[in-house]
Each structure stands twice: as structure tokens, then as C-alpha cells.
Design a binder for this molecule. Structure first.
Ligand code: DAH
Length: 353
């Protein structure tokens, strides 16, 4: 085949490939393969020396014509493809008003606060008020005024974080500082009796601290809700009625409650309240350790000594008190097997509540 024929075949071929290129990248590949340094058309220019003299002018002209045609076609196709690619990019970046909106992840109330609010609402409905005591407390409010003087054996029921006394005081060094992180909200009972006129109907939610290692049923910091009623003629029947009402409101009307005799220094008599297990409904299972019952709170009639220490005459007034662990209530209500799950911040867990 004559070189000029080869060249016109190359031209037709290249023009076809240019039209077929679907992207600027494909188009560039065509350009490189034909008019690039090692391209097929460039090859003809390079080997011009091999062309017989008499044909050289004609071949040279044809190569130039083909190159001009190819370059013009490349230019035109490139403009078309770039415009299309640009408008596709704009489309991709633009707002599609037909798409459903992306939901904002809203913060929600944590389960622990949910239980505190729920219990607070129940008692507000019964005419109680809500009090908050200090988390850094003195020995007097956390123990002594609650009928647990120094060396009272009940103190060992709760291992205490003491606030170090920087004066180097001997007692403080031995871990017997007068200032501590409260181990129970029961101290708010004493504040409430000191600060309010009688009668008293209060609850006191808040954080408490104990020297415990976190495990499925212990946390070094957790929440309690304390309750205190002091009025004339208050009996154990009032306590039972109030707590049964609370249990049914929190756990549902089908759950049973029972009172078990217990000991607390600041109440006499004292009891622990159990609610029937929500998993086995009393049959006995792993959650309730086979007993069919779950312990939910401590309570009792306020010890006359406690009333007296806060300046209330136990001959005239009587009262009841109760205290519950919020994390424990949350786990029992929603069948969560491990207190620590409440604090891990795993959104897949927390979003369920
Ligand atoms: N303070 C007790 C505790 O932390 C719980 C408690 C028991 C509170 C009996 C009370 C009560 O008010 O009457 O273990």
C-alpha cells in the first residue's frame, strides 16, 4: 500500500476513535497513541528519511494534513467531553431536592437521668419536693447524724473515699478525715430535717461514691434516690403503701413486691424491698439468682435517735425513709445484665431507651 493510502487509513481510523472516546482520559490516550512522541503518525515524520526522494514532498504534505485533521478533531471532542464532565460534576455536587433529608442525630436524655426524672415525677405527683445535697459531705451528715457514730460497725457496709486533709492531721492520714465523698444520699435526710419546717415530704436524687471496683453489680460512682417523710402519725403502713405504688408505677402493675426485714442504722424497723423478677416472673432464673425476686431498695421507719439529733421530737412526729440505687433500678427495669453497660457510651445500646 502506498504511504499516502496508509496515512488516510490512519486518519479515518483515528477520527473514528476520537468520536468513540467517552471521557477526556480515553481521548488523551488516543492523542498519545497517534500524535504523541511515540505515536503512530509521529512515527511517519521520524522515518521521513526512508521515503524515496520523489515521494517525500507528497508524503510530508499528507502527514501534515492528517495531523491537522486529527488535532482539530481532538480539540473539538475535548471541548465537548470537558463540558459534559463539568456539568456531571456540578450535578453530583448539587443538592438533589428530591432526596429525603438527612436526620440530625439529636442528643437524648441518658437512661440514668430518665429513671431519676421518672421517679421524681411520681413523687412530685404525691406532693413531695425534690432536694439536692452536697456530694462532698462531712462525716456528721453521712454517718453520725444517721445514727452511725465513729467505730459503728455499719460504717464498714460502705467503703468510703475520704478527702485528704492537707494539714497532715493524724486522723486524716489514717483515712479518717471528717470530709468525704458521700457514700449514700441518706445525708440529705439530715439537711432536709434541719432546713425545712415540718411536715417533710422530700426525695433527693444524686451521685454517691464508694471504694468499689466496677463489676456487673458495683460502680465506684453511682446514683441514688433518697426519700424522707416526717409527719404526725406516719406508720409502716404508709411506707408500704407508698413504695408499692412506686414499684407498680416504675416496673408495671403486674410486678409483685415484698418487704424483707433488714438492718440500717438510721431506721427501725428496717426492710429491703424486692420486686418479682421481670424475666422469669418468679419462677427463678439467672437474673434473680433463682429466687424469683430482685432487691430494689432499702427503707424503714426513721429511728427516733435520728429525729432527735435533728431537733425533731419523736414523741410527736414519726417518719419513714427509703433509698434506691438508680443504675440498679434501670438495669432491673430493662433487663440489662451489667451496670457498666450504662456508662460505656455505646450509642447502639443507649439509643434503645
Ligand atoms: N442508704 C442506704 C444504702 O446506701 C439505703 C437506704 C436504706 C436508704 C434504708 C434509706 C433507708 O433511706 O431508710 O445502702
Amino acid at each position: 500500500m502506498a504511504i499516502t493510502d496508509e496515512l488516510s487509513t490512519l486518519r479515518d481510523d483515528t477520527l473514528q476513535r476520537i468520536e468513540a472516546a467517552a471521557t477526556t482520559d480515553e481521548l488523551d490516550a488516543v492523542r498519545v497513541s497517534v500524535v504523541g512522541k511515540k505515536g503512530s503518525l509521529t512515527g511517519y515524520l521520524r522515518s521521513m528519511g526512508d521515503v524515496p526522494k520523489e515521494e517525500r514532498a507528497a508524503v510530508g504534505r499528507t502527514v501534515n494534513e492528517v495531523r491537522e485533521a486529527v488535532e482539530a478533531a481532538l480539540e473539538a471532542r475535548k471541548a465537548a467531553l470537558s463540558a459534559a464532565e463539568l456539568s456531571a460534576a456540578i450535578d453530583a455536587a448539587a443538592v438533589d431536592v428530591t432526596l429525603p433529608g438527612r436526620a440530625q442525630q439529636m442528643g437524648t436524655r441518658h437512661l440514668i437521668n430518665g429513671i431519676i426524672d421518672e421517679v421524681s415525677e411520681i413523687f412530685l405527683g404525691l406532693g413531695y419536693t425534690v432536694e439536692h445535697g452536697p456530694e462532698v459531705e462531712t462525716d456528721y451528715y453521712n454517718f453520725e447524724a444517721l445514727n452511725a457514730p465513729p467505730d459503728h460497725p455499719s460504717r464498714s457496709m460502705q467503703d468510703t473515699f475520704y478527702i485528704r486533709d492537707l494539714s497532715g492531721d493524724e486522723a486524716a492520714v489514717r483515712g479518717e478525715s471528717d470530709v468525704l465523698l458521700r457514700t449514700q444520699t441518706s445525708g440529705v435526710q439530715v439537711h432536709a430535717m434541719e432546713d425545712n419546717p415540718l411536715p417533710i415530704y422530700v426525695i433527693a436524687p444524686g451521685k454517691v461514691y464508694r471504694r468499689d471496683v466496677a463489676d456487673p453489680s458495683h460502680l465506684p460512682q453511682f446514683h441514688q434516690i433518697e426519700g424522707l417523710v416526717v409527719d404526725k402519725g406516719i406508720t409502716f403502713g404508709d411506707l408500704k403503701g407508698t413504695l408499692e405504688f412506686l414499684c407498680k408505677a416504675v416496673f408495671g402493675p403486674e410486678r409483685k413486691t415484698r418487704f424483707r426485714a433488714h438492718y440500717f442504722p438510721f431506721t427501725e424497723p428496717s426492710a429491703e424491698v424486692d420486686v418479682s423478677c421481670g424475666i422469669c416472673h418468679g419462677e427463678g432464673c439467672r437474673m434473680c439468682k433463682g429466687t424469683g425476686w430482685l432487691e430494689i431498695l432499702g427503707c424503714g421507719m426513721v429511728d427516733p435517735n435520728v429525729l432527735r439529733m435533728s431537733g425533731i421530737d419523736p414523741e410527736v412526729y414519726s417518719g419513714f425513709a427509703f433509698g434506691m440505687g438508680v443504675e440498679r433500678i434501670a438495669c432491673l427495669k430493662y433487663n440489662v445484665p451489667d451496670l457498666r453497660m450504662l456508662l460505656e457510651g455505646d450509642m447502639r445500646f443507649l439509643r434503645q431507651f
